[in-house]
Write a protein that binds this ligand. Structure first.
Ligand SMILES: NC(=O)c1ccc[n+]([C@@H]2O[C@H](COP(=O)([O-])OP(=O)(O)OC[C@H]3O[C@@H](n4cnc5c(N)ncnc54)[C@H](O)[C@@H]3O)[C@@H](O)[C@H]2O)c1
Length: 244
């Protein structure tokens, strides 16, 4: 018996990094996963597994969201778990940021999870059950990164809390995780620069960078029945960095 037997799980950005790790761990625990992403090549790889279906979805597009959710409901009848994980990052600081940079970041990292909840929650309301886990970032918790990324992850934090209070009465839980620096393709440029890397590791109480599985395991916990009385929670997964 797996913890997620017969569960239908939708994971955005499910083809790479933490999303890929979540896709694989959910399947190990018995779930059927729809990994939704814009990267066709990576989707083809992750969906080689029998219980992982790859779907092209651009989280910026409301049309795409509607089509994706309609197709999953038609094929599987329900969505038990939604993981809003797709995102992009930037190195650009405030003085270099254009309005186009702001719009793109907010559209992917902010509107993406918002639109995901907008289209999936009505189905969960009908089912009278469901769990959502949104992926924010430790930058939304600490004073780091005066840029569009931090702003977009702050938006994820607020909208998650609001959704948890609005949808609790329907048996739906909404929680958020705040990863620190995790070794994934998103941070690959960091790994190449050993000086920055060493400084980061020394500044982290657990003295290492995070791995995709560190975040994925926490996400699985929040999505599972083990967290049945947990909603509106904010779980930091950063090796202790933000506790300082
Ligand atoms: N890696 C870190 O250090 C770190 C830290 C805190 C938070 N996060 C967040 O965790 C999440 C996963 O990041 P990761 O590190 O695994 O990165 P990643 O780059 O490995 O994966 C991100 C995935 O999102 C997909 N994606 C990007 N734009 C999309 C769009 N418009 N529509 C659909 N899919 C899209 C990409 O194709 C990719 O598969 C992101 O939201 C990121 O902001 C990452």
């Amino acid at each position: 018996m797996g913890k997620f037997d017969n569960k239908i799980v939708l994971i955005t950005g499910g083809a790479s990094g933490m999303g890929k790790s979540m896709s694989e761990l959910f399947v190990e625990e018995g779930a059927y996963v729809i990994a939704a992403d814009i990267n066709k090549e990576l989707l083809d790889v992750v969906s080689q597994h029998d219980s992982i279906e790859g779907k092209m979805l651009n989280v910026m597009s409301e049309e795409d969201w509607k089509k994706t959710v309609d197709e999953i409901i038609a094929d599987h009848g329900r969505i038990d778990i939604l993981i809003n994980n797709a995102g992009i990052a930037t190195e650009k600081e405030m003085d270099e940021t254009t309005i186009e940079d702001w719009d793109l970041m907010m559209r992917i990292n902010g509107f993406g999870p918002f639109a995901g909840m907008k289209h999936v929650l009505p189905n969960m309301v009908e089912q009278k059950s469901g769990a959502v886990v949104n992926i924010s970032s430790y930058t939304a918790m600490v004073g780091l990164g005066v840029n569009t990324y931090t702003a977009s992850k702050g938006a994820v934090r607020s909208i998650s809390r609001a959704a948890s209070t609005a949808y609790g009465r329907f048996g739906i839980r909404v929680n958020t995780v705040f990863p620190g620096v995790i070794e994934t393709p998103m941070t690959a440029n960091l790994s190449e620069s050993s000086e920055v890397l060493q400084r980061l590791i020394m500044a982290t109480p657990l003295q290492r960078l995070g791995q995709a599985d560190d975040v994925a395991r926490a996400v699985l916990f929040l999505a599972s029945d083990d967290a049945a009385y947990i909603t509106g929670a904010e779980l930091v997964i950063d090796g202790g960095f933000s506790a300082q």
